[in-house]
Ligand binder design. Sequence first.
Ligand SMILES: Nc1ncnc2c1ncn2[C@@H]1O[C@H](COP(=O)(O)OP(=O)(O)O)[C@@H](O)[C@H]1O
Ligand SMILES: [Mg+2]
Length: 226
Amino acid sequence: MDTEVDRTQMTAKFITFEGGEGVGKSTQIKRLVANLIKREIEAVRTREPGGTPRAEAIRSFLLQGKSEQWGPSAEAILFAAARLDHVNSMIKPNLESDKWVLSDRFCDSTRAYQGLTGGVPDELIDALETLALNGATPDLTILIDMDPELAFERVRKRAAEDGLNLPPDRYEKENIEWHRRLRRNFLDISRSNPERFVVVDGTQSVSDMESDIWAKVSERFSELAA
Ligand SMILES: Nc1ncnc2c1ncn2[C@@H]1O[C@H](COP(=O)(O)OP(=O)(O)O)[C@@H](O)[C@H]1O
Ligand SMILES: [Mg+2]
Protein backbone atom coordinates (compact mmCIF):
# COMPACT_ATOMS: atom_id res chain seq x y z
CA MET A 1 0.00 0.00 0.00
CA ASP A 2 1.34 3.45 -0.80
CA THR A 3 1.87 6.29 1.63
CA GLU A 4 -1.09 8.13 3.05
CA VAL A 5 -1.81 11.39 1.30
CA ASP A 6 -3.28 14.38 3.11
CA ARG A 7 -6.31 14.98 0.87
CA THR A 8 -7.27 18.14 2.76
CA GLN A 9 -4.20 19.80 1.23
CA MET A 10 -5.37 19.02 -2.31
CA THR A 11 -7.38 21.32 -4.47
CA ALA A 12 -8.40 18.76 -7.09
CA LYS A 13 -11.65 17.01 -6.20
CA PHE A 14 -12.81 13.42 -6.51
CA ILE A 15 -16.45 13.16 -7.61
CA THR A 16 -18.40 9.92 -8.10
CA PHE A 17 -21.68 9.24 -9.94
CA GLU A 18 -24.00 6.55 -8.62
CA GLY A 19 -27.43 5.12 -9.40
CA GLY A 20 -29.07 2.26 -11.25
CA GLU A 21 -28.73 1.29 -14.91
CA GLY A 22 -29.98 3.83 -17.46
CA VAL A 23 -30.45 6.81 -15.09
CA GLY A 24 -27.98 8.94 -17.09
CA LYS A 25 -24.67 8.58 -15.24
CA SER A 26 -22.50 8.18 -18.34
CA THR A 27 -24.31 11.03 -20.13
CA GLN A 28 -23.92 13.45 -17.22
CA ILE A 29 -20.36 12.58 -16.24
CA LYS A 30 -19.20 13.51 -19.76
CA ARG A 31 -21.02 16.84 -19.49
CA LEU A 32 -19.58 17.63 -16.08
CA VAL A 33 -16.04 16.86 -17.29
CA ALA A 34 -16.65 19.15 -20.31
CA ASN A 35 -18.02 21.91 -18.05
CA LEU A 36 -14.94 21.71 -15.82
CA ILE A 37 -12.55 21.75 -18.79
CA LYS A 38 -14.41 24.78 -20.21
CA ARG A 39 -13.44 26.57 -17.01
CA GLU A 40 -9.84 25.48 -17.48
CA ILE A 41 -9.99 22.89 -14.74
CA GLU A 42 -8.16 19.71 -15.63
CA ALA A 43 -10.50 16.77 -15.21
CA VAL A 44 -10.41 13.09 -16.12
CA ARG A 45 -13.21 10.56 -16.39
CA THR A 46 -13.03 6.97 -15.27
CA ARG A 47 -15.39 4.12 -14.40
CA GLU A 48 -15.94 1.15 -12.13
CA PRO A 49 -15.57 -1.69 -12.14
CA GLY A 50 -12.48 -1.00 -14.20
CA GLY A 51 -10.54 2.19 -14.84
CA THR A 52 -7.14 0.51 -15.19
CA PRO A 53 -6.08 -2.46 -17.39
CA ARG A 54 -5.87 -4.80 -14.38
CA ALA A 55 -9.24 -3.67 -13.02
CA GLU A 56 -10.86 -3.92 -16.48
CA ALA A 57 -9.81 -7.60 -16.59
CA ILE A 58 -11.71 -8.16 -13.32
CA ARG A 59 -14.64 -6.11 -14.72
CA SER A 60 -15.26 -8.46 -17.63
CA PHE A 61 -15.06 -11.48 -15.32
CA LEU A 62 -17.64 -9.88 -12.98
CA LEU A 63 -20.10 -8.50 -15.52
CA GLN A 64 -20.19 -11.59 -17.72
CA GLY A 65 -21.51 -13.48 -14.72
CA LYS A 66 -18.51 -15.79 -14.49
CA SER A 67 -18.11 -14.86 -10.83
CA GLU A 68 -21.76 -15.43 -9.91
CA GLN A 69 -21.13 -18.98 -8.66
CA TRP A 70 -18.51 -17.64 -6.24
CA GLY A 71 -21.24 -15.90 -4.24
CA PRO A 72 -21.68 -12.23 -3.34
CA SER A 73 -18.95 -12.06 -0.66
CA ALA A 74 -16.24 -13.35 -3.00
CA GLU A 75 -17.54 -10.97 -5.65
CA ALA A 76 -17.31 -8.05 -3.24
CA ILE A 77 -13.68 -9.03 -2.60
CA LEU A 78 -13.02 -9.05 -6.38
CA PHE A 79 -14.59 -5.60 -6.72
CA ALA A 80 -12.33 -4.43 -3.89
CA ALA A 81 -9.23 -5.87 -5.59
CA ALA A 82 -10.12 -4.00 -8.78
CA ARG A 83 -10.83 -0.81 -6.80
CA LEU A 84 -7.52 -0.90 -4.93
CA ASP A 85 -5.65 -0.95 -8.24
CA HIS A 86 -7.87 1.80 -9.64
CA VAL A 87 -7.32 4.00 -6.56
CA ASN A 88 -3.56 3.50 -6.34
CA SER A 89 -2.62 3.60 -10.00
CA MET A 90 -5.20 6.00 -11.46
CA ILE A 91 -7.30 8.03 -9.00
CA LYS A 92 -4.63 9.12 -6.51
CA PRO A 93 -1.90 9.92 -9.07
CA ASN A 94 -4.33 12.16 -10.99
CA LEU A 95 -5.51 13.98 -7.85
CA GLU A 96 -1.88 14.42 -6.80
CA SER A 97 -1.10 16.05 -10.14
CA ASP A 98 -4.04 18.39 -9.54
CA LYS A 99 -6.51 16.81 -11.95
CA TRP A 100 -10.11 16.40 -10.85
CA VAL A 101 -11.22 12.77 -11.10
CA LEU A 102 -14.82 11.83 -11.94
CA SER A 103 -15.78 8.18 -11.65
CA ASP A 104 -18.83 6.51 -13.21
CA ARG A 105 -19.75 4.33 -10.15
CA PHE A 106 -17.49 3.70 -7.13
CA CYS A 107 -17.73 2.27 -3.62
CA ASP A 108 -21.44 3.00 -3.09
CA SER A 109 -22.29 0.63 -5.95
CA THR A 110 -20.58 -2.22 -4.06
CA ARG A 111 -22.52 -1.32 -0.91
CA ALA A 112 -25.81 -1.10 -2.83
CA TYR A 113 -25.44 -4.14 -5.15
CA GLN A 114 -23.38 -6.67 -3.16
CA GLY A 115 -24.13 -5.34 0.34
CA LEU A 116 -27.69 -4.15 0.85
CA THR A 117 -29.20 -5.87 -2.20
CA GLY A 118 -26.90 -8.94 -2.39
CA GLY A 119 -26.77 -9.68 1.34
CA VAL A 120 -23.01 -9.30 1.98
CA PRO A 121 -22.67 -8.34 5.68
CA ASP A 122 -21.99 -4.70 6.50
CA GLU A 123 -18.79 -5.60 8.36
CA LEU A 124 -17.26 -7.13 5.23
CA ILE A 125 -18.40 -4.20 3.05
CA ASP A 126 -16.97 -1.70 5.60
CA ALA A 127 -13.65 -3.55 5.87
CA LEU A 128 -13.25 -3.85 2.08
CA GLU A 129 -14.14 -0.20 1.62
CA THR A 130 -11.46 0.93 4.08
CA LEU A 131 -8.91 -1.34 2.41
CA ALA A 132 -9.71 -0.48 -1.21
CA LEU A 133 -10.26 3.27 -0.81
CA ASN A 134 -6.94 3.64 0.98
CA GLY A 135 -7.98 7.16 2.01
CA ALA A 136 -9.53 8.16 -1.34
CA THR A 137 -13.03 8.94 -0.09
CA PRO A 138 -15.01 10.89 -2.70
CA ASP A 139 -15.37 14.62 -2.00
CA LEU A 140 -18.82 14.52 -3.53
CA THR A 141 -21.15 11.75 -4.74
CA ILE A 142 -23.94 12.52 -7.19
CA LEU A 143 -26.78 10.01 -6.93
CA ILE A 144 -29.09 10.10 -9.95
CA ASP A 145 -32.42 8.79 -8.73
CA MET A 146 -35.44 7.66 -10.75
CA ASP A 147 -37.94 4.85 -11.20
CA PRO A 148 -36.00 1.89 -12.65
CA GLU A 149 -38.81 1.06 -15.05
CA LEU A 150 -38.41 4.44 -16.77
CA ALA A 151 -34.65 4.03 -16.79
CA PHE A 152 -34.97 0.63 -18.48
CA GLU A 153 -37.19 2.17 -21.15
CA ARG A 154 -34.26 4.44 -22.00
CA VAL A 155 -31.79 1.57 -22.14
CA ARG A 156 -34.11 -0.46 -24.40
CA LYS A 157 -34.59 2.55 -26.66
CA ARG A 158 -30.83 3.05 -26.90
CA ALA A 159 -30.29 -0.61 -27.81
CA ALA A 160 -33.05 -0.50 -30.44
CA GLU A 161 -31.67 2.72 -31.96
CA ASP A 162 -28.22 1.18 -32.12
CA GLY A 163 -29.72 -1.91 -33.80
CA LEU A 164 -28.29 -3.98 -30.97
CA ASN A 165 -29.67 -7.17 -29.59
CA LEU A 166 -27.08 -7.76 -26.88
CA PRO A 167 -27.68 -10.33 -24.18
CA PRO A 168 -28.37 -8.53 -20.89
CA ASP A 169 -25.49 -8.45 -18.39
CA ARG A 170 -26.08 -10.16 -15.09
CA TYR A 171 -27.55 -7.17 -13.26
CA GLU A 172 -29.82 -6.23 -16.17
CA LYS A 173 -31.32 -9.71 -15.89
CA GLU A 174 -32.62 -9.14 -12.35
CA ASN A 175 -36.35 -8.41 -12.05
CA ILE A 176 -37.96 -5.03 -11.50
CA GLU A 177 -38.57 -5.62 -7.78
CA TRP A 178 -34.83 -6.22 -7.35
CA HIS A 179 -34.11 -2.91 -9.09
CA ARG A 180 -36.67 -1.07 -6.94
CA ARG A 181 -34.89 -2.43 -3.86
CA LEU A 182 -31.57 -1.29 -5.33
CA ARG A 183 -33.00 2.21 -5.78
CA ARG A 184 -34.16 2.33 -2.12
CA ASN A 185 -30.76 1.08 -0.99
CA PHE A 186 -28.91 3.83 -2.88
CA LEU A 187 -31.24 6.40 -1.28
CA ASP A 188 -30.57 4.91 2.19
CA ILE A 189 -26.81 5.16 1.59
CA SER A 190 -27.22 8.83 0.60
CA ARG A 191 -29.23 9.54 3.77
CA SER A 192 -26.50 7.95 5.88
CA ASN A 193 -23.86 10.21 4.26
CA PRO A 194 -25.63 13.56 3.79
CA GLU A 195 -22.38 15.56 3.86
CA ARG A 196 -21.00 13.62 0.86
CA PHE A 197 -24.12 13.08 -1.29
CA VAL A 198 -26.36 15.16 -3.48
CA VAL A 199 -29.42 13.49 -5.01
CA VAL A 200 -30.46 14.52 -8.53
CA ASP A 201 -33.85 13.84 -10.14
CA GLY A 202 -33.13 11.54 -13.10
CA THR A 203 -36.42 12.27 -14.87
CA GLN A 204 -35.21 15.73 -15.95
CA SER A 205 -34.12 16.36 -19.54
CA VAL A 206 -30.42 15.87 -20.28
CA SER A 207 -29.74 19.62 -20.32
CA ASP A 208 -31.85 20.40 -17.22
CA MET A 209 -30.00 17.68 -15.34
CA GLU A 210 -26.67 19.07 -16.56
CA SER A 211 -27.58 22.53 -15.16
CA ASP A 212 -28.88 21.05 -11.92
CA ILE A 213 -25.66 19.07 -11.43
CA TRP A 214 -23.51 22.09 -12.24
CA ALA A 215 -25.43 24.22 -9.72
CA LYS A 216 -24.99 21.58 -7.03
CA VAL A 217 -21.29 21.01 -7.77
CA SER A 218 -20.45 24.71 -7.88
CA GLU A 219 -22.35 25.29 -4.67
CA ARG A 220 -20.25 22.59 -3.02
CA PHE A 221 -16.88 23.79 -4.33
CA SER A 222 -16.56 27.55 -3.96
CA GLU A 223 -13.60 27.67 -6.40
CA LEU A 224 -16.12 26.98 -9.22
CA ALA A 225 -18.41 29.90 -8.40
CA ALA A 226 -18.38 32.25 -11.40
N1 LIG B 1 -32.21 12.88 -19.06
C1 LIG B 1 -32.42 11.95 -20.02
N2 LIG B 1 -33.60 11.88 -20.65
C2 LIG B 1 -33.81 10.94 -21.61
N3 LIG B 1 -32.90 10.03 -22.02
C3 LIG B 1 -31.70 10.07 -21.42
C4 LIG B 1 -31.39 11.01 -20.40
N4 LIG B 1 -30.12 10.81 -19.98
C5 LIG B 1 -29.67 9.77 -20.71
N5 LIG B 1 -30.59 9.34 -21.58
C6 LIG B 1 -30.47 8.20 -22.51
O1 LIG B 1 -30.73 7.05 -21.74
C7 LIG B 1 -29.80 6.02 -22.05
C8 LIG B 1 -29.01 5.67 -20.77
O2 LIG B 1 -28.20 6.78 -20.39
P1 LIG B 1 -26.73 6.56 -19.78
O3 LIG B 1 -26.14 7.90 -19.58
O4 LIG B 1 -25.97 5.57 -20.58
O5 LIG B 1 -27.14 5.91 -18.36
P2 LIG B 1 -26.25 5.07 -17.31
O6 LIG B 1 -24.81 5.39 -17.59
O7 LIG B 1 -26.69 5.59 -15.97
O8 LIG B 1 -26.60 3.64 -17.50
C9 LIG B 1 -28.95 6.57 -23.17
O9 LIG B 1 -29.50 6.15 -24.39
C10 LIG B 1 -29.05 8.06 -23.04
O10 LIG B 1 -28.91 8.72 -24.27
MG1 LIG C 1 -23.28 4.03 -18.02
